[in-house]
Design a protein around this ligand. Structure first.
Ligand code: NDP
Length: 330
């Protein structure tokens, strides 16, 4: 038995490239559940894995793809039976483990989450790792006191996957959302998703730097890190809450302690990869209640096939992808 997979290889000169191949089922890794994959996602981290950037992939040949959704075709686990629809995000699948860019995957049952009622496998990948992480961030911020009437919440990297889902979820929850983006051409679309204002990244960064700046944000969901996060922290209101999710703009963080010691600002790290099962199930269920597929799908979802992934990987690393890119695997 063979099936299609996008296989990533590294040559003797260290050049990483990927191509679609027929792969023997015997090459699937060990695991207690086999999944027929319908849809995978394209995330920033997939861009890193497909290009070899960041050193996330240690062994080649490799099958990338950090998230996928599909149907259980074989199960040694009590939790899943044949025909169950499931989603997988995290657990370093697609990095150190066999990933979602193949028609089949074999994984540990603990890594899977049953799809919320009414979700198709495509719906699950419209949300994907990006949407799950946005939901985890909102849940954490609310657990420590963020409330819709507390003031504006800033989302950075707003036109990307995590950012655009964060904008739409916050708006649905009644927050006033400012969407910071480096791409002015997507401002109208972010307003359509529910943002109340659009902030231009270049103008924002060009404002004179001070140790503490005018307090503007009750909360922040930051997908960018680097200079943007450093500056944002100085603009957070008294007792404000900041979730750090991503590093699309760099891993550095240059700031000072004044926002923390004079304004009581809290900086919270969000990791979606190693979250426990119960936290994931709760987040997916809340996504099922909140996420408006029709509104989000209008202009924020692109579909590609396995063959288009190498090109799409370059585009996401260059900050050129809008919203979510879905990979139709079969
Ligand atoms: P996307 O590429 O879809 O979104 C990233 C966005 O960041 C871009 O769309 C762009 O938004 C902005 N951006 C890109 N390059 C730069 C730059 N040089 N400087 C400032 N802003 C930039 O990626 P994802 O949404 O998939 O992921 C976003 C980040 O979150 C990534 O760093 C990813 O690794 C991280 N992540 C972390 C997770 C966790 O568990 N902590 C889980 C998922 C993602 P715009 O054009 O609007 O400015």
């Amino acid at each position: 038995m063979t099936f299609r997979a996008l296989v990533t290889n590294k040559d003797a000169e260290g050049k990483v490239s990927s191509g679609v191949e027929q792969v023997e089922e015997a090459r699937l890794p060990e695991g207690d559940v086999t999944v027929d994959i319908d849809w995978a996602g394209l995330n920033y981290k997939d861009g890193l894995c497909l290009t070899g950037a960041g050193g996330l992939v240690r062994t080649y040949p490799h099958v990338a793809g950090i998230d996928f959704a599909g149907t259980v075709s074989d199960s040694q686990s009590d939790r899943y039976g044949l025909g169950d629809t499931v989603v997988l995000t995290g657990w370093r699948v697609g990095e150190t483990q066999w990933g979602g860019y193949a028609e089949k995957a074999r994984v540990r049952a603990d890594w899977l989450v049953p799809l919320p009622r009414g979700f198709s496998t495509r719906d699950a990948m419209v949300i994907g790792t990006a949407g799950l992480t946005a939901m985890l961030a909102i849940n954490r911020l609310e657990a420590v006191g963020l409330k819709p009437d507390g003031g504006e919440v800033l989302v950075t990297g707003a036109a990307g996957g995590v950012g655009s889902v964060a904008v739409t979820l916050l708006a649905k929850l009644g927050y006033q959302v400012a969407a910071l983006s480096g791409r002015a051409e997507h401002a109208a679309s972010l307003l359509a998703l529910g943002a109340s204002s659009a902030v231009d990244r270049d103008s924002f960064l060009a404002e004179p730097d001070k140790p503490l700046e005018t307090a503007r944000w009750a909360g922040v969901i930051d997908n960018v890190g680097g200079k943007v996060l450093g500056k944002v922290l100085k603009q957070v209101k008294y007792d404000g809450l900041v979730a750090s999710i991503g590093n699309a703009g760099g891993i550095g963080l240059e700031t000072n302690v004044l926002p923390f010691i004079l304004r009581g600002v809290t900086l919270i790290g969000i990791d979606s990869v190693m979250q426990k099962f119960e936290t994931r199930v709760t987040a997916w269920q809340r996504l099922g209640e909140l996420f408006d597929f029709e509104a989000y799908g209008a202009g924020n979802v692109t579909e590609i096939g396995l063959e288009q992934l190498p090109e799409a990987a370059q585009a996401i690393l260059a900050g050129q992808v809008k919203g979510r890119t879905l990979v139709k695997v079969r």
